[in-house]
Design a protein around this ligand. Structure first.
Ligand code: ATP
Ligand code: MG
Length: 308
């Protein structure tokens, strides 16, 4: 190819949406390298919930956790889903013989006894779930203080651990049963991932109603602090419409950052990794890192607001 043809080709590529996207991505990566964050003065406990299945709860929990750890936060992920997908993605063993969050909830084992360090980072901790947790929903029914068992275990852990986590993220199952109620009672914040797809808002009023009930009867400190738009496909008008609609309803809660649909994000768990470790410069990883920085900034602003 002649030099003039080559440069014409390069020039026309530079004008394509893909080239613009790549240039934008490297600018965002550079901005993230330069960012400085303020860690919370007190541990923030955030439950990641949506009773709709497959909206990105687990994916968001583990990737936000890894992104937070990558900017220096100490993070504990509590895997409260019997599927154990968060434990898998964090590379933490969770076979049936491993002591898990089940033993904490049902047999009063201290949380410290089951917490493992993810091979990804010494700042990334995980309280794994095992298949036994599938029975916990029923076993909890007959337990004393059945709605408060996770809160008590977490309070005891935070009071005794020499290295207090800055953020605790709880990955919930896709239901509003006793496991999710335990998460709502233990947390002060709810993060709702919303998939930018048809029926995104379906069931949301039920979820908000449950948060209100918990607030009234079990945990007055609970509030929906964060909504995260996930699996956004910029090529479809539908994704844009859903995003606009959610922003109209929840102006203050929705993060500016949107998580794009990305093959890298969906591949990472099969390598027992988060996307931050698997391909930290990919569009999905960059978005989760931006979302983590945004959450810390909003938390710091809220703390300052309270003080002044
Ligand atoms: P469940 O309700 O079963 O717990 P969930 O809400 O935790 O599901 P995930 O397991 O995080 O949802 O995600 C559902 C599926 O969508 C998974 O296969 C995941 O890999 C995929 N997925 C999530 N986020 C993205 C993304 N940004 N891009 C591509 N695929 C994604
Ligand atoms: Mg899940």
């Amino acid at each position: 190819m002649k030099h003039s043809e080559e440069s014409a080709l390069t020039a026309s590529f530079a004008d394509t949406p893909l080239a613009r996207e790549l240039a934008d991505l490297s600018a965002r990566r550079r901005a993230l390298e330069a960012v400085s964050v303020t860690l919370p003065a007190q541990t923030r406990t955030i439950t990641v919930s949506n009773q709709k299945g497959g909206v990105g709860k687990t994916t968001s929990t583990v990737n936000l956790a890894a992104a937070l750890a990558s900017v220096g936060a100490r993070v504990l992920v509590i895997d409260l889903d019997p599927q154990g997908n968060a434990s898998t993605a964090l590379g933490v063993p969770h076979s049936a013989d491993v002591q898990s969050i089940y033993d904490v909830l049902i047999d009063d084992l201290p949380l410290a006894d089951i917490v493992q360090v993810s091979p990804e980072s010494p700042k990334l901790l995980c309280a794994p779930s095992t298949i036994h947790l599938a029975g916990a929903e029923i076993e909890l029914v007959s337990q004393v203080a059945r709605e408060h068992r996770l809160r008590r275990a977490l309070e005891a852990y935070l009071a005794s651990t020499p290295e207090r986590p800055d953020v605790v993220l709880i990955d919930c199952p896709p239901s509003l049963g006793l496991l999710t109620i335990n998460a709502f009672t233990a947390a002060t914040e709810v993060l709702i991932p919303i998939q930018c797809e048809y029926y995104a808002l379906e069931g949301l009023s039920q979820l908000l109603g449950s948060v209100q009930m918990i607030c009234k009867h079990l945990n007055p400190d609970l509030r929906v602090s964060t909504i995260l738009l996930t699996m956004y496909d910029a090529r479809t008008r539908l994704a844009q419409q859903v995003a606009d609609e959610v922003r109209d309803h929840f102006r203050d809660e929705v993060l500016r950052t949107v998580i794009p649909r990305s093959v890298r994000v969906s591949e990472a768990p099969s390598f027992g990794q988060t996307v931050i470790a698997y391909d930290g410069g990919s569009a999905g990883a960059v978005a989760y890192r931006e979302a983590a920085v945004e959450m810390l900034a909003r938390g710091a602003a809220a703390e300052n607001g309270k003080e002044s």
